[in-house]
Design a protein around this ligand. Structure first.
Ligand code: ZN
Ligand code: ZN
Length: 146
């Protein structure tokens, strides 16, 4: 488990954010996920309780929102309209293609889309946290099984 030596948390504390052990644990869980895996609040809630952390679903929701507002997690809304989260990695910005039939998601990298997001945000005097570009469609598998 991370202690306060973690530069990410130190940085947040310096900016006046309260980083509780629970929040550190949640971020740790996201760090250990394989690439391309996204968690919903429900899934995080189950995982935390499996690990022996007694949190409520409401806390899981709130913490995910909060960590997203810090720019540590990315909040994603896929086809069925409920939210998923993933670790935000500045080094590897990626976007998603979502199948509206089976809800499978594919990730792709495109720096151009990130830059456009930054540019448009700046133009409107926003400090950009994240840019998301989503493509909805029908995946090759679902096209075959029609
Ligand atoms: Zn992703
Ligand atoms: Zn599909």
């Amino acid at each position: 488990m991370v202690k306060s030596f973690d530069p990410v948390f130190d940085n947040l504390r310096k900016r006046g954010h309260r980083i509780t052990p629970q929040r550190e644990v949640i971020l740790q869980i996201f760090r250990q996920l394989p690439n391309g895996v996204h968690l919903s609040a429900d899934e995080l809630y189950v995982k935390m309780n499996e690990l022996g952390y007694n949190v409520s679903l409401a806390t899981a929701y709130r913490t995910l929102k909060l960590l997203s507002s810090f720019g540590l997690l990315r909040e994603l809304t896929f086809a069925e309209g409920h939210k998923h989260y993933e670790l935000k990695q500045d080094s590897l910005p990626h976007q998603h293609i979502i199948c509206v039939n089976c809800n499978s998601t594919l990730e792709f990298e495109d720096h151009f889309l990130e830059e456009i997001g930054q540019k448009i945000g700046l133009k409107h005097h926003f400090q950009v946290i994240d840019s998301q570009f989503k493509i909805f469609g029908i995946c090759p598998n679902c096209q075959l099984n029609k």
